[in-house]
Design a protein around this ligand. Structure first.
Ligand code: CP
Length: 325
C-alpha cells in the first residue's frame, strides 16, 4: 500500500495529503483527506476477511483506548482495528481509572503519555475534551465521540458504507432523522456528506433541530413523508434520553408515531433507499424491528466498515509517525 502522507505535531505540512497529528473532527478535514481515508479503508477491508486477520503496519506501536462513556461498537472496532494492524492495545474505562479518585482528564492523559504510547483514542461526555488533550500531549489523539460535538470515525464509516452501496456520494440526497440537537453523529455526517457533495436534509421534532443548523449547508424539514419520498439514504439517529435535559416531545410513543421508521412510512420511498443507524438502536422507537433487520437496512454493514475505517485512520495517523522517526 502506498500513501501520500506525513505527520507534523500540532500542525500541517504543505503539499502533503495527510498532514494531521490528530483526528478531532470531520469539520477539520478537506474532501481530499476524507477520500484518502475512505480509499485507504477500502484497501483494508479484505484483511478482516482473511483467516489470519493481521498486517504488520503498526507493529511496535502502542494505542490506548480511553473511554469515559459506554461503548460497544466504537471501542471494540478501534481495538480490532489496532490489533489487525499489529499494534499493542490497552483499554481504560472511567470506572477502572483514577478518574473515580478525582484525577483530572489532563493528568490521566499526561500519565499515559509518560509511558510513551503512540496514540490515545478518547470518548468523553464533554465536547472539546479530545482537543484539550491533543493540544497538551505528544501522542496522536483520536476522537471517538465527544459530547454532542463530533464522532468523526462514525461519519467516516457512514460515508464508506454509502459509497460502497451507491458507488458515489456526490449528488446523493441524504436525510438525517431524529435527535439532531444532541447528536455528534449528525454533525460528523453533515460535515462529511456536504464536503463530498451530498445534499443533506435534517428532520425531527422542532425542539430537537438546533437553531441555525442551515449554516452547516443543510435543509430542514419537519415533514418525514416529504423526506422519505425524495432521499437515497435515510440516516436514523438514536433518541439520546441520557443527554436530554428537558422534555423535547410528549412521549417515546408519540416520537415513534411521527418519526419512527416502519413499513407504512416507507411507502413511496425509492426502491433502493438505504436505511442507516449508528447504533445502539431503540427498537420500536427510531426503527421498527422489521425495518432494522430488513432489506433496506445496512446497519451491520456500517459496523463491519467501522473496523476498516478505523484501520485507515490509525494507519494514516500512527503509521505516519514512523516516517518521521
Ligand atoms: N455508534 C456508536 O458510537 O456506538 P457505541 O456507542 O456502541 O460505540
Amino acid at each position: 500500500m502506498t500513501k501520500e502522507t506525513s505527520k507534523k505535531k500540532n500542525g500541517t505540512q504543505e503539499g502533503r495529503i495527510w498532514a494531521h497529528k490528530d483526528l478531532l473532527a470531520l469539520k477539520d478535514l478537506s474532501a481530499r483527506e476524507i477520500e484518502l481515508i475512505l480509499d485507504t479503508a477500502e484497501s483494508f477491508k479484505e484483511v478482516s476477511q482473511r483467516s489470519i486477520k493481521k498486517v504488520p503496519a503498526l507493529r511496535g506501536k502502542t494505542i490506548v483506548n480511553l473511554f469515559f462513556e459506554p461503548s460497544t461498537r466504537t471501542r471494540t472496532s478501534f481495538e480490532l482495528a489496532a490489533k489487525r494492524l499489529s499494534a499493542d492495545t490497552i483499554n481504560i474505562s472511567k470506572s477502572t481509572s483514577a478518574a473515580v479518585k478525582g484525577e483530572s482528564l489532563l493528568d490521566t492523559a499526561k500519565n499515559i503519555e509518560a509511558m510513551n504510547v503512540d496514540a490515545i483514542i478518547i470518548r468523553h461526555e464533554a465536547a472539546g475534551a479530545p482537543k484539550i488533550l491533543a493540544d497538551a500531549i505528544a501522542p496522536a489523539v483520536i476522537n471517538a465521540g465527544d459530547g454532542a460535538h463530533e464522532h468523526p470515525t462514525q461519519g467516516l464509516l457512514d460515508l464508506l458504507t454509502i459509497r460502497q452501496k451507491k458507488g458515489r456520494i456526490q449528488g446523493l440526497e441524504v436525510g438525517i432523522v431524529g435527535d439532531i440537537l444532541h447528536s455528534r453523529v449528525a454533525r460528523s455526517d453533515i460535515w462529511g456528506l456536504t464536503k463530498l457533495g451530498a445534499k443533506v436534509t435534517v428532520c425531527g421534532p422542532p425542539p430537537l433541530i438546533p437553531a441555525g443548523i442551515e449554516e452547516m449547508g443543510v435543509k430542514v424539514t419537519y415533514d418525514l413523508s416529504e423526506i422519505i419520498r425524495r432521499v437515497d439514504v435515510l440516516i436514523t439517529l438514536r433518541i439520546q434520553l441520557e443527554r436530554q435535559k428537558g422534555s423535547y416531545f410528549p412521549s417515546i410513543r408519540e416520537y415513534a408515531r411521527f418519526f419512527g421508521i416502519d413499513n407504512e412510512k416507507l411507502q413511496g420511498a425509492k426502491p433502493d433507499i438505504l436505511i442507516m443507524h449508528p447504533g445502539p438502536i431503540n427498537r420500536g422507537v427510531e426503527l421498527s424491528p422489521d425495518i432494522a433487520d430488513g432489506k433496506y437496512s445496512v446497519i451491520l454493514e456500517q459496523v463491519a466498515n467501522g473496523v476498516a475505517a478505523r484501520m485507515a485512520v490509525l494507519y494514516l495517523i500512527v503509521g505516519a509517525q514512523s516516517e518521521e522517526e
